[in-house]
Design a protein around this ligand. Structure first.
Ligand code: F6R
Length: 236
């Protein structure tokens, strides 16, 4: 594991964008696993800037996102599909049909999860997975649990996650209580993992996840078993 500490969010974002852009330059048809939330916003902004300068070409890239709220479709401005379109995909030359986000409105969410995993497999797996980390150690929406769940599945969001994510909604009651998330198998089978975290509040959970025991009660701790993980942390 490589643990990189920088002093500003801007540097974190540029380093993360550098790693992603190197991936796309070296393998133009990369499968990128992508995340939402506030952590990757600066990374996406930087990648858009480099795309506009002509430095990166996403035309052959495929993306698979980690998760989606149950019950929100892509027209809902709180959905993760909407987030990805507006903060990244609409500003680069990735083909929309090559961008995948789990469908939180699927009638059969179990079938949706199984289909999502099969699809990732059919793409040859994920080349580079970008992750954030929740205050309770979740990655994707794999919340603390008694087991690591392998497949893409529906989860009940924990109180702390609902609270943390309520900052994007009018109030806490509007935050969906469930999400569909990529499971640990697809994440752990990614060839490379890049986890980004900023803010002093994340320091404690990063220590637990990367230097504490490996336990499903700290879902990100499973990453200690992955052979190619880079963590970039900025305290600000
Ligand atoms: C989002 C996701 C989540 C976030 C995590 C941190 O797709 O998978 O695991 O990465 O909740 O969110 P932020 O970056 O908003 O602190």
């Amino acid at each position: 594991m490589k643990f990189i500490t920088v002093d500003t969010y801007d540097k974190l974002s540029r380093q993360a964008a550098n790693i992603i852009s190197a991936q796309v330059i070296l393998k133009p048809d990369s499968v990128l696993g992508l995340a939402t939330g506030s952590s990757p916003l600066g990374t996406y902004k930087q990648l858009i800037e480099w795309y506009e300068k002509g430095d990166i070409d996403f035309s052959q890239v495929t993306s698979v996102n980690l998760d989606e709220y149950v019950g929100l479709d892509g027209t809902n401005d709180q959905s993760y599909r909407y987030f990805m379109d507006n903060n990244f995909f609409n500003h680069i030359n990735i083909k929309k049909e090559n961008t995948f986000v789990p469908d939180g409105c699927a009638k059969d969410l179990t079938a949706e999860g199984d289909g999502y995993d099969m699809h990732i497999k059919s793409l040859g797996g994920i080349d580079l997975q970008l992750l954030g980390i929740g205050l309770d150690g979740h990655i994707g929406f794999n919340e603390p649990d008694s087991v690591f769940v392998k497949s893409t599945h529906v989860v009940d969001l924990h109180e702390s996650t609902i609270k943390a994510n309520s900052r994007f909604f009018a109030n806490e009651n509007e935050v969906p209580k469930q999400a569909i998330t990529m499971g640990m198998a697809s994440i752990m089978q990614a060839k490379k993992i890049l986890l980004i975290a900023n803010g002093a509040a994340k320091k404690g959970i990063l220590e637990k996840a990367f230097f504490g025991p490996i336990t499903p009660m700290v879902p990100a701790s499973i990453l200690q078993l992955h052979p190619d993980v880079t963590v970039i942390y900025s305290e600000n």
